[in-house]
Ligand binder design. Structure first.
Ligand code: ATP
Ligand code: MG
Length: 195
């Protein structure tokens, strides 16, 4: 009956469009417990530490572009000067530093049983055009890979949500000090987790 933790970031497009309340409600109403909450200007160092500095991550991000470009018959070299997935991923990471500093970000740590699966389900596909209606990205964004890449910016997809149990733990401790996290009992926990 292990509970998991996840970090949610409402990115600057979500903040600038006044969606903080609507998005927070979705995590609250599904039953996840908010254990930390704050508003801050993300520093460059924190953003660099937040997105993995690994070839695996760069490759995943670059391949997202390559797959989309292949589907549409577009040439990634025209925008990136290369079709090497790792190099494309590194460029996207640089763009993320600017994007996440456009305004303060709203940061939330949530906890619950199968928390990671739930936050990813609520978030929807990373690429807004592919995110299902009913998900946060599907309901509040419509950006596409080629549009974003052509404008030298990352996908504006409203939120970040941790995608593994390990990352959830790591990201919550990167963004929150211990004394900024709160332990209390939500009403439904008494039934789901009887002591
Ligand atoms: P997040 O980590 O933000 O929840 P994710 O896990 O779905 O999203 P990642 O692969 O970790 O996505 O990428 C981090 C962020 O970088 C994405 O949310 C998106 O804003 C941006 N991004 C990822 N791949 C691309 C790409 N190929 N082109 C433009 N932007 C991208
Ligand atoms: Mg991610």
């Amino acid at each position: 009956m292990n509970k998991q933790k996840a970090l949610i970031i409402i990115k600057p497009d979500g903040v600038q469009r006044g969606l903080i309340g609507k998005i927070t409600t979705r995590f609250e109403q599904v039953g996840l417990k908010i254990i930390g909450l704050k508003f801050e200007w993300a520093t460059e160092e924190k953003i660099i530490a937040h997105y993995p500095e690994t070839d695996t991550w760069f490759k995943k991000v670059g391949e997202r572009t390559l797959t989309n470009y292949a589907k549409k018959g577009l040439d990634a070299k025209k925008v990136f000067g290369t079709d090497d997935a790792i190099k494309i991923g590194k460029t996207v990471k640089k763009w993320l530093i600017n994007y996440l500093q456009e305004s303060p970000v709203f940061i939330m740590a949530v906890e619950g049983y199968e928390c990671i699966e739930i936050v990813r389900k609520l978030s929807g596909n990373t690429i807004p055009v592919l995110a299902n209606p009913g998900t946060i990205r599907g309901d509040f964004s419509h950006d596409s890979i080629d549009l974003a890449n052509e404008q030298n910016r990352p996908l504006r997809n409203i939120i970040h949500a941790s995608d593994t149990v390990e990352d959830g733990e790591k990201e919550v401790s990167l963004w929150f000090e211990k004394d900024e996290l709160f332990d209390y009992e939500r009403a439904d926990e008494k039934i789901m987790f009887p002591s």
